[in-house]
Design a protein around this ligand. Structure first.
Ligand code: MN
Length: 343
């Protein structure tokens, strides 16, 4: 079996709250990813199995690849059905806040969550939780909320209520946040949990195809175009840049999620230490940066692009044209090299 990781007080308080609640709503962060959706849906499967009335409400649409997860059709998208979403949250007696560390990360649901009289249980793995809730189980050392949630179910003695559908959703969350077990995988128990989920019927190969290897033709062509025509590699400065304008995105009928992971691609080139991807949006240029090792893209985003984030994954924005944003990046790379690489 696996070790006990969640504090006993939190478990017993959560257990009492769940026992006396009748209408539960699971919520997550904006642009929900596989961990957010997988965790909410797994909670929905497990708690309905013990007779609870539970729904998942998300702040905005998730990418198409996630809409094939078991139970995804029952999700209420607050962007499309704001009144119904607000009603569900207002009438809930328990909110399960999964995979986000503060209410504002849930976008348009933030106010409803904060103002709700419902009891709140937070289960999350992001840094610096800032939540007023009855129970906060925050474990930034865990690779995925879904993994923490599996442990939570076990502590609630609900292991036997984790069916094939819940297993598939939990595994989807774990695979998403570890890049199909390619990073944040140092914990051997992650694989014990994976084995249990497969034993319960989760089809890992099917999930891999759905989550990591399903692209529309347009998406595939857009990414190939970006690499072939738009990637600049600055070998001397150990940096790479990809930019995509509104016109280019339109040419490939861009939809949300189509450039997911594109920013990481140049990091595969030996010698490239950090990368920047700029996408022109209606109101600004959206910047995302990734790095390997100790190059702090969060510091670079904070200094030049009004943003921030983690050491190896950060983002920001730029107000101006795409060409100006790209010029700004080209202008800072030799300084970045002096400051962070040659140091
Ligand atoms: Mn997560």
């Amino acid at each position: 079996m696996i070790s006990r990781q969640i504090d006993e007080t939190a478990v017993s308080r959560a257990k009492a709250l769940i026992e006396r609640s009748e209408r539960i709503v699971a919520v997550c962060h904006t642009s929900p990813d596989g961990d957010a959706i997988g965790s909410c849906l797994a909670a929905t499967h497990v708690f309905s199995a013990i007779g609870k009335d539970i729904r998942t409400v998300i702040p905005d649409q998730c990418i198409a690849n996630l809409r094939t997860l078991p139970g995804a059709k029952e999700i209420v998208d607050a962007a499309r059905y704001p009144e119904f979403a607000a009603k569900l949250i207002a009438e809930a007696d328990l909110l399960l806040c999964l995979d986000f560390n503060e209410p504002r990360r849930s976008g348009r649901l933030a106010e409803a969550i904060t103002e709700s009289k419902a009891r709140k249980i937070v289960i999350d793995h992001h840094l610096n939780p800032a939540f007023e809730a009855d129970v906060v189980i925050s474990r930034p050392d865990m690779p995925a909320t879904a993994y923490l949630l599996f442990r939570f179910f076990c502590r609630l003695e609900l292991f036997n209520f984790i069916d094939r559908k819940a297993s598939e959703c939990l595994l989807a969350g774990m695979m998403t946040d570890t890049g199909n077990f390619s990073y944040n995988c140092a914990d051997p128990e992650l694989f014990i949990v994976t084995a249990e989920l497969i034993r319960k019927g989760a089809d890992k190969e099917k999930l891999y195809r759905q989550l990591f290897n399903t692209f529309s033709e347009n998406c595939m062509r857009l990414n190939s175009y970006a690499i072939l025509e738009k990637m600049e590699v600055f070998a001397e400065e150990k940096a790479a840049l990809i930019t995509l304008s509104r016109d280019e995105l339109n040419r490939f009928h861009y939809t949300k999620g189509d450039t997911e992971g594109l920013v990481n691609r140049p990091l595969a080139i030996p010698g490239v230490v950090y990368t920047c991807f700029m996408r022109q949006e209606s109101d600004c240029i959206r910047i995302s940066m990734r790095s390997v090792g100790d190059f702090p893209v969060n510091a670079v985003c904070a200094e030049y692009f009004s943003g921030g984030g983690h050491l190896n994954a950060a983002g920001g924005e730029f107000h101006g044209t795409l060409d100006e944003a790209a010029a700004k990046f080209r202008a800072i790379i030799s300084d970045n090299k002096k400051k962070y690489i040659d140091k």
